[in-house]
Design a protein around this ligand. Structure first.
Ligand code: 5AD
Ligand code: SF4
Length: 443
């Protein structure tokens, strides 16, 4: 059958969709790019903010029209919203055929076969512990690939739905990750992105205490991946700040292929709010960790996630967040307006900050960020950067685009030898508001 998969939410969801797609292909189905061409529509959904759920529900609701025209159309909803709402989705959306929760994704081929055989609607949201290694399949590999190394989360930040929809944290075995990475490298992949809700908790068996000094299974994983021939770059997202101990910092500094960029969620710069969020660090300890990391790796760049308008966030708390962001000097940031999630602890608190005020705080942080990025980019003019070439620039066909290990986008004129995934030296000639421009250095 022809299957269309639409993904909402995070990179983990993208990765899951890729694996489900590959699984469906190996069961004899084909993947198509538009819903109109499809016999089966699969929606892999997100619950992290209310807006993500509303978007998916709106789209799925709209598909009713298509089903009226094509009564045999099969529609399935998977992932986090499926897990959270289960049967309720079947009740709300009468044209929906099946619902597969986060622990049941590998059953997509079976679900499609069942529905086409007997049209009996169902929702499956049981936790399936064996699922941890079941989504290892990859689609058409390019120069870059994602690998899920942990699933679920044990941290229970008070605003967050993830522990409830993705379940308890579990790590894959070192051997299975290495096998996957070696196969990808053999297929021509140059960059891997390791995924997990808290990647630095890899191999800690769900213990919520940050690892003891000298102990970091995540460091061991990075060191093993660093040895794989053919791989050029290793990225990871996201680590929790308290898990960067000496052992891990030493591995980051030593492993040539591990990129000098860390996505380090901050959430707030106010200790009072951090505590209400059940984040296990203070503004001071976050800053100290950043300083320790920078002293080990001088060109390290940082990106982050911040939530504005958490219940009880006063102007003074917001000012602390703003100051801390400027002090760290984040090179990239994702700012989110607080959205209460039913089931998460903070949903019991009054949502005290108005939508307009959340937007105002959001825009202030985005303006600061834009200013910081362009100032930082300007300092790179004249430098030579190692760039992994990605492909023709979306904006200008005569140029190519690539990325530095520190995660800056670089545009350059290609030569005849440039191919996607090639690593080249580029002399930076000028900077723009969000990216760099340069010339290939002929080696
Ligand atoms: N409201 C707003 N943002 C949220 N995030 C997680 N839960 C919420 C919520 N309830 C943000 C956090 C997290 C990112 C993935 O989404 O910043 O790091
Ligand atoms: Fe990803 Fe969290 Fe959204 Fe699930 S709820 S898709 S884990 S961001």
């Amino acid at each position: 059958m022809k299957i269309f998969i639409k993904t909402y939410g995070c990179q983990m969801n993208e990765r899951d969709s890729e694996a489900i797609g590959a699984l469906l292909k190996s069961s004899g189905h084909t993947l198509v790019d538009t819903e109109n061409d499809a016999d089966v529509l699969l929606f892999n959904t997100c619950s992290v903010r209310d807006a993500a759920e509303r978007k998916a529900k709106g789209k799925i609701g709209y598909m009713k029209k298509l089903k009226l025209r094509k009564p045999d159309l099969i529609i399935g909803v998977m992932g986090c919203m499926a897990q959270r709402l289960g049967d309720q989705l079947l009740a709300e959306l009468p044209h929906l055929d099946f619902v597969l929760g986060t622990g049941q994704l590998h059953r997509a081929p079976e679900a499609i076969a069942e529905i086409s055989a007997q049209r009996k609607r169902f929702a499956a949201i049981d936790v399936a512990p064996e699922e941890i290694d079941m989504l290892g399949a990859h689609g058409n590999t390019s120069w870059s690939a994602q690998i899920a190394i942990t699933r679920g989360c044990n941290r229970f930040c008070s605003y967050c739905i993830v522990p409830y929809v993705r379940g308890r944290e579990a790590s894959r075995s070192l051997e299975s990750i290495l096998t996957e990475a070696r196969a990808l490298a053999a297929a021509g992949v140059k960059e891997i992105l390791l995924l997990g809700q808290n990647v630095a908790a890899y191999g800690l068996n769900g213990d919520i205490r940050p690892p003891a000094a000298g102990h970091s299974p995540f460091a061991e994983l990075l060191e093993a991946l660093n040895e794989i021939p053919g791989l050029e770059r290793i990225r990871y997202t996201s680590p929790y700040v308290s898990y960067f101990n000496d052992r891990l910092i030493e591995a980051l500094a030593k492993c040539r292929k591990v990129c000098h960029n860390i996505h380090l969620p901050l959430q707030s710069g106010s200790d009072r709010i951090l505590q209400a969020m059940n984040r296990q660090y203070t503004a001071r300890s976050y800053l100290d960790k950043v300083a320790q990391l920078r002293s080990a790796i001088s060109d390290l760049t940082f990106s982050t996630d911040v939530i504005v308008g958490f219940p009880g966030e006063e102007e003074s708390d917001f000012a602390l967040t703003r100051d801390l962001m400027n002090e760290v000097g984040f090179e990239q940031a994702f700012i989110f307006k607080y959205s209460p999630r039913p089931g998460a602890k903070s949903a019991l608190l009054a949502d005290t900050v108005s939508e307009e005020e959340k937007l105002r705080r959001n825009n202030i942080l985005l303006d600061d960020l834009q200013h910081r990025i362009s100032t930082k980019l300007a300092t790179l003019t004249g430098s030579v950067q190692e760039v992994l070439c990605e492909g023709v620039s979306a904006r200008n066909e005569s140029r190519w685009t690539g990325r530095t290990g520190t995660n800056f986008v670089v545009h350059f004129e290609p030569d005849a030898t440039v191919v996607p995934g090639a690593v080249r030296q580029v002399k930076i000639t000028r900077s723009g508001g969000v990216s760099l421009f340069g010339e290939l250095i002929q080696e």
